[in-house]
Design a binder for this molecule. Structure first.
Ligand code: GAR
Length: 210
């Protein structure tokens, strides 16, 4: 049974999709051990509590330095003995020490088709604003492993979503969540939990590197 830690900053609709998938059998062989937020006001924390899941907040503001915050974050993750860390709308940079220690065990959901509209400054609604400004006709979402770069780790799953005439950043964000994010994030977790990752492009990408 894979022990999941879900890291969040906001509303937690992706967290909800994971909880629902575990409840309805869309994800097997995994359970959520803890939900960790950097934001005390994150509604995601309420979603966790409502499901009897440990909900923890570590706010950078309550630490004297970034280093102290990073140490505490890694300490918390270690304490729970997590097998897989899922960044579900976690808008804080992951400490380098955590990336090293948990290599290939941290995944992130990003609301675009990477490598479009990703990297520094592209998060949340800003991603959809940029996509509409550029006039793309297709956007989507990506689940990827987290490495030292921003949105640069190996891609696990992607799903395309059509941009429709009259879309606003908000309507587009909602459609990308409904049609892509809430599907591919649980799907990626289920693949990892059941050893089916070889079915994604990841193993092919790795072989090419070697
Ligand atoms: C989601 O759209 C997620 O893809 C995005 O934040 C939102 C969180 O929503 N993440 C990023 O932009 C990361 N770069 P949620 O709290 O309702 O799951």
């Amino acid at each position: 049974m894979l022990k999941l830690g879900v890291m969040v900053s906001g509303g937690g609709t992706n967290l909800q999709a994971i909880i629902d998938a575990i409840d309805n059998g869309g994800i097997t062989n995994a359970g959520i051990k803890a939900v960790i937020s950097n934001n005390p006001g994150a509604y995601a924390l309420e979603r966790a509590k409502a499901h009897g899941i440990d909900a923890v907040c570590l706010s950078p503001k309550s630490f004297e330095s970034r280093e102290e915050f990073h140490k505490a974050l890694l300490g918390k993750v270690d304490e729970y003995g997590l097998d897989l860390i899922v960044l579900a709308g976690f808008l804080v940079t992951i400490p380098a020490a955590m990336i090293q220690k948990y290599r290939n065990r941290i995944i992130n959901i990003h609301p675009s088709l990477i490598p479009s509209f990703c990297g520094v400054g592209y998060y949340g609604l800003k991603v959809h604003e940029a996509a509409l400004k550029r006039g793309v006709k297709l956007t989507g979402a990506t689940v990827h492993f987290v490495d030292e770069g921003v949105d640069s780790g190996p891609i696990i799953l992607q799903k395309a979503v059509e941009v429709l005439p009259g879309d606003t950043p908000k309507t587009l964000q909602r459609r990308v969540m409904e049609e892509a994010e809430w599907k591919i994030l649980p799907q990626a977790i289920d693949m990892i939990a059941n050893g089916r990752l070889k079915d994604s492009g990841l193993s092919a990408a790795k072989e090419e590197e070697e």
